[in-house]
Ligand binder design. Structure first.
Ligand SMILES: Nc1nc2cc(Br)ccc2s1
Length: 250
């Protein structure tokens, strides 16, 4: 997978050099190219923003730096043999970022992230590139950040861990919260490791029983318990899908 990130704060993406994503890059499983948008400005102040048409607070990111930069990013990517770019625009007003969308993005060969600052990017930029490649506006939650770079880090980590060979244990994905299949719409339950007793706190006996069926049952019950406590809305989806499934079988 190739990732391109266009930003006015390239240093914000330094965390992509460490840990899981850093290792995936070192192993050649992921290519990451960070571009400083100000390199595509031509005035003394490297201006990337201007006042909004129609008035209102704040500033809007200008079209030309984005257009000149993204044209170059696309040309360089295609020249390097990449194909099938998908643009990902982090924004509070986008489609919710979910594990399902992470799986969808992890299947793409090339992602181009365009994190905005200020009040956002002139809409004509997304409209222009949507005529050439898929453009996904994605929200990582119902809150407003000062810019999209933190969202790029979140999305990149969620996607990179799904790439083949990136997580040591390929089975790890199966028990992820929200993972497709049995854990879809369920939060992960509690986990334990040695020592067996810590400050007088023992671990649940079932986990020492060696009875895999009982352990699986206990883990699912705990996942349902935690989901009911923290995300009852997910259980409605689970019940609905179970009903649909039953309905289809009758
Ligand atoms: N939750 C989010 N807030 C923001 C703010 C800006 Br400015 C750009 C992207 C995002 S994603």
């Amino acid at each position: 997978m190739r990732l391109d990130v266009v930003t006015i704060f390239p240093e914000y993406l330094e965390p992509l050099n460490v840990s899981l994503v850093g290792k995936a890059r070192a192993r050649g499983q992921l290519g990451v190219h960070v571009h400083d948008l100000r390199q595509w400005t031509y005035d003394r102040h490297n201006t990337v923003d201007d006042t909004p048409y129609g008035g209102g607070p704040g500033m809007v990111m200008k079209t030309d730096p984005w257009g000149d930069c993204l044209d170059q990013v696309l040309a360089d990517g295609y020249d390097s043999g990449a194909h099938g770019p998908v643009m990902v625009v982090p924004t509070p007003s986008g489609r919710p970022f979910t594990q399902e969308l992470a799986v969808e993005l992890a299947a793409q060969p090339w992602l181009i992230f365009t994190p905005a600052r200020y009040e956002g990017i002139d809409r004509r930029v997304m409209d222009e590139y949507a005529t050439r490649i898929p453009v996904h506006e994605v929200s990582i939650g119902d809150y407003v950040l000062a810019g999209g770079e933190a969202a790029v880090l979140v999305i990149t980590e969620a996607v990179a861990r799904l790439l083949p060979g990136v997580l040591g244990n390929a089975e790890s994905h199966r028990d992820d919260s929200f993972a497709p299949g049995e854990m879809a719409n369920l939060l992960e339950g509690p986990v334990y490791t040695k020592p067996p007793v810590w400050r007088g706190r023992a671990i649940p006996d079932v986990l020492l029983s060696g009875h895999h069926g009982k352990i699986a049952r206990w883990r699912r019950d705990e996942a349902l318990r935690r989901t009911a406590a923290n995300r009852p809305d997910l259980l409605e989806r689970t019940e609905a899908s179970a009903f649909d499934k039953k309905d289809r079988e009758t």
